[in-house]
Design a protein around this ligand. Structure first.
Ligand code: HEM
Length: 435
């Protein structure tokens, strides 16, 4: 019998490895540090062993390829008991199989790059709207969320969200909190108080948007219009897609924009360089689609920020059946977590992986990690539907911010918090001065 073909059980942290993991958790007060220690000591496949929570964690290009491309049919996206499924019900993000593909076909066209380029003006106009209220200092985590919401609601749902921003702020934050990691991971049946009213308020808002679009008799070319006109989409299914896009499409951009500002604040020399690039290319004119290819340093800064702090730092799956991944046995129904964060800091594929170094994305002189090592937007057929949207939005918004304002990061402790996204915690206070 050839024993080399028999998959090994998943390694987990016990004995001295367990102590090391606990020590890094205590020192850094962050599960991310503990994950990094587990990766260093056990390699690209390992298991977390907490009571009721035993996911297999996969890292690195080969495992990413397995889950996202070659073996993707072996995994399910939907886990009925997870809060994200309870919240989004039949949203694109939590559907599997042919129903997922049907939803995706309807929802994709408004997010094609050529459609997005028509929104560039809105991207910088909303930026100006938000910055017009700034007086000396502001929390960029809050400001970037406002901006991401105004942009998303306008471009995909055809709504000016400004008048509703204050009223809907808490319901949106509660929805995000509802799906963020918490004690429910260890006790899935734990009752969750304080969500019923805000989530109902959010639903009422979305159903009202749908009703108003139907009364207007209209479809329209935006996402809401396409959903309203598509056969087989009742109001409930449309609500699920709107909520999916609202959460997945703004919380991620919020985190990205806020992290870029943190990193620029922490690296004033790079901030000065990128501000000079923006000044040279734009002068005093607002950014246009033609400028997108003319801002290479800004492009590298966005990519490097997504590497260090990928807003979606985990891909969450369930093994449909017993699997062999990289020579390890993953039992059926095991939760499988693809760690984008650890792949992006894999010491075998990046030089000085924990350092902020935008030039590593220079095409000629930069790092050359194997394909599917860098996956801020996932990969394969089920990659991020909003990847082009997010990248164009980030570039236009940041170019406009840098063109119009000087930023200084205030002294504060900022850590990476694992909420629904990986966000700078507790906020990002910056001095802001109009140029
Ligand atoms: C910086 C911004 C963003 C990042 C880093 C990001 C990241 C990701 C990642 C990693 C995935 C795949 C998750 C997995 O494989 O488990 C994903 C999927 C998804 N994203 Fe994004 N995203 C961003 C912006 C957006 C935007 C702007 C939208 C909508 C307008 C959006 C909507 C979605 C949806 C609906 C899916 C599920 C797609 C499917 O399963 O077919 N995302 N995103």
């Amino acid at each position: 019998m050839n024993h080399s073909n028999i998959p090994k059980p998943l390694p987990f942290a016990d004995g001295s490895t367990g102590l090391k993991v606990l020590r890094s958790l205590a020192q850094a007060r962050s599960p991310l540090a503990a994950l990094q220690t587990m990766h260093q000591t056990m390699g690209d496949v390992f298991q977390i062993t907490l009571p009721q929570f035993n996911p297999a964690v996969l890292v690195g290009p080969e495992n990413n390829r397995h889950v996202l491309v070659s073996g993707r049919a072996d995994f399910l996206w939907r886990t009925e008991t997870d809060p994200v499924t309870r919240l989004l019900r039949h949203g694109l993000l939590v559907e599997d199989g042919t129903e997922h593909d049907r939803l995706r076909r309807v929802m994709e066209p408004p997010l094609y790059r050529r459609e997005l380029l028509g929104h560039v003006e809105k991207f910088w106009q909303h930026t100006d709207r938000v910055t017009a209220t700034w007086r000396g200092r502001a929390d960029m985590l809050v400001e970037m969320r406002k901006l991401a919401l105004l942009i998303l609601m306008d471009t995909l749902f055809g709504v000016d969200f400004q008048p509703d921003l204050d009223r809907m702020w808490r319901p949106i934050l509660k929805a995000i909190q509802y799906i963020s990691p918490g004690l429910w991971i260890l006790w899935p049946k734990l009752p969750r108080f304080g969500y019923h009213h805000p989530l109902a308020q959010l639903d009422a808002y979305l159903y009202d948007l749908i009703a108003r679009r139907r009364v207007a008799g209209g479809s329209g070319d935006d996402l809401l219009g396409r959903l309203a006109a598509a056969p087989g989409f009742d109001d409930h299914l449309i609500r699920d897609q709107l909520l999916t896009m609202l959460i997945a499409g703004h919380d991620t951009s919020t985190a990205l924009l806020a992290w870029v500002l943190v990193l620029l604040g922490q690296h004033p020399a790079i901030l000065a360089q990128v501000q000079a690039e923006v000044d040279k290319v734009l002068g005093t004119r607002p950014p246009t689609a033609d400028h997108l290819a003319e801002l290479p340093l800004l492009d590298q800064i966005i990519k490097e920020t997504l590497r260090l702090y990928p807003p979606i730092h985990l891909g969450n799956r369930k093994a449909k059946e017993e699997l062999n991944v990289g020579g390890y046995r993953i039992p059926q129904n095991t939760r499988v977590m693809l760690s984008i964060y650890l792949s992006h800091r894999h010491p075998a594929h990046w030089t000085a992986p924990d350092r902020f170094c935008p030039h590593r994305f220079d095409r000629e002189t930069g790092d050359k990690p194997p394909p599917l090592t860098y996956i801020p937007f996932g990969g394969g057929p089920r990659n991020c539907i909003g990847a082009a949207f997010a990248q164009v939005e980030a570039k236009i918004v940041l170019a406009r911010l840098l063109q119009t304002h000087r930023f200084t990061l205030e002294k504060q402790r900022i850590t990476a918090h694992m909420g629904a996204t990986l966000e700078p915690h507790p906020g990002v206070w910056m001095g802001v001065e109009r140029r």
